[in-house]
Design a protein. Structure first.
Length: 422
């Protein structure tokens, strides 16, 4: 039985739900990044590290809704905070105290964030950070890096269907890790540059970090040219109490946050220097408008605050140790089996590469047996592109089991080997 045959046999209810979904949702999906051929498993419930699909299959979840559930599913402290807030009310056309408490906790952890505003998604957070940079500098040009992912608004999706060609002239793509290439790409346009936006740990780019000194060089370059430096920490915030900017020791002008700050609920934020963020102060004439029915959602803020309070410095030390353990164990599996693969690990984020490169988007209808599919059959859930995130509740045993499962799956994906002695 092939991987595909086994998956189809194990997931008949997921298949039926997918076919039903295609009658209401284009391609049967409302989120491009969770589609994988022939169809994704439909989840019924999650608790701790475990996911259970509608067919009764269980998986150890090492994705956590694309890195956002750092405490695992239905953590008691988060559930209690959400239940308490829901009983007080779920949404109001008015501010609440809980949004202030979450803002203060974020400011305590991230010194560069002197003022911030909440949104409902990471896409909105990067959109408004870029708008803030353009409004503050009075310049139109934004630079981003190859293989970056900053959400799906027009300003970061140039060259894709539905985005006007006019947007292309407002965005420059930069080469990752190549300062000379960055300067060449911006040459003669420095006075147009509003901001450079970068993931200090690239998610869609394969959990890669810049070479030593590269972030510092970008910091110097933007300061020399009067532009702003934006760190998109929506994924990387989990690599240290203060995010990647703490880990690498570089202070940006603006930061976008999401994922773990919402505790599993829709919430994100953008913030930074007080003088830049002051453009959103409604008490000032000509303030930049920033609305959103669920900005600062009290339920999401309660979940996020409960999550951050669980993330003590000791938790990050342990997550780093688990990340090192996983990276070493996977590397050992790859070496022992002699497969064409590699692994990248930064803190509790990791990426397994098998063969060709990675992408943030759908694997598509042409996809055959994949690492994702093989690991589902092993009882583990990662991103279709091979990315994962270690939750704080994972044990050493979970890590070792995952590494062994990855090793077995990589072997099944290798081209057929010649028999011994042939």
């Amino acid at each position: 039985m092939t991987l595909m045959d086994d998956y189809l046999a194990r997931t008949p209810r997921s298949r039926a739900l997918f076919e039903r979904a295609t009658g209401s949702l284009p391609g049967g999906s409302t989120r491009t990044t969770v589609y994988t051929a022939p169809y994704p498993p439909y989840v019924a419930s999650g608790s701790g590290l475990q996911l259970r699909d509608v067919d009764g299959n269980t998986y150890r979840d090492f994705l956590g809704n694309y890195t956002s559930l750092i405490l695992g599913h239905a953590h008691p402290a988060v559930v209690a905070a959400v239940e308490a807030q829901v009983h007080r009310g779920s949404a109001f056309a008015a501010p609440t105290e809980i949004e202030i408490e979450l803002a203060e906790e974020i400011r305590r952890r991230v010194p560069s964030v002197e003022r911030l505003r909440f949104t409902s998604s990471g896409t909105e957070a990067t959109m408004f950070a870029i708008r803030a940079a353009r409004a503050f500098t009075g310049r139109p040009l934004v630079a981003k890096f190859a293989r970056s992912y900053h959400g799906t608004h027009d300003g970061v999706m140039t060259g894709t269907a539905g985005v006007p060609d006019a947007m292309t002239g407002l965005v420059v793509e930069l080469p990752w890790g190549d300062l000379d290439g960055v300067e060449a790409a911006l040459r003669s346009r420095e006075r147009e540059l509003a901001a450079i936006i970068i993931e200090p740990v690239q998610g869609a780019g394969g959990v890669r970090t810049p070479e030593p000194g590269f972030l510092e060089a970008l910091r110097d370059l933007t300061q020399r040219h009067g532009a702003l430096l934006i760190f998109d920490e929506i994924i990387s915030f989990r690599v240290a109490p203060g995010g990647a900017q703490e880990r690498f020791g570089v202070r940006p002008d603006l930061t976008t946050l999401g994922k773990i700050i919402g505790g599993g609920y829709p919430l994100a934020a953008f913030g930074g220097r007080e003088d830049v963020m002051a453009i959103f102060d409604a008490r000032r004439p000509g303030a930049v408008s920033h609305g959103g029915t669920f900005n600062g959602s009290p339920v999401a803020a309660a979940a996020g605050l409960a999550t951050l309070r669980q993330l003590t410095p000791d938790v990050y030390v342990r997550l780093d140790a688990l990340g090192r353990r996983l990276g070493s164990a996977i590397a050992a599996e790859i070496e022992r089996e002699g497969v064409d693969a590699r692994v990248a690990v930064v803190g509790s984020l990791f990426q397994v590469f098998s063969g060709a490169g990675v992408t943030a988007f759908a694997t598509g209808v042409e996809g055959g047996p994949t690492l994702f599919l093989g690991l589902l059959l092993e009882g583990f859930y990662l991103a279709p592109r091979g990315m994962g995130a270690i939750p704080a509740i994972a044990t050493d045993g979970d890590i070792d089991d995952l590494a062994a499962a990855i090793g077995r799956t990589l072997v099944t994906l290798e081209p057929a080997r010649a028999p011994a002695g042939a």
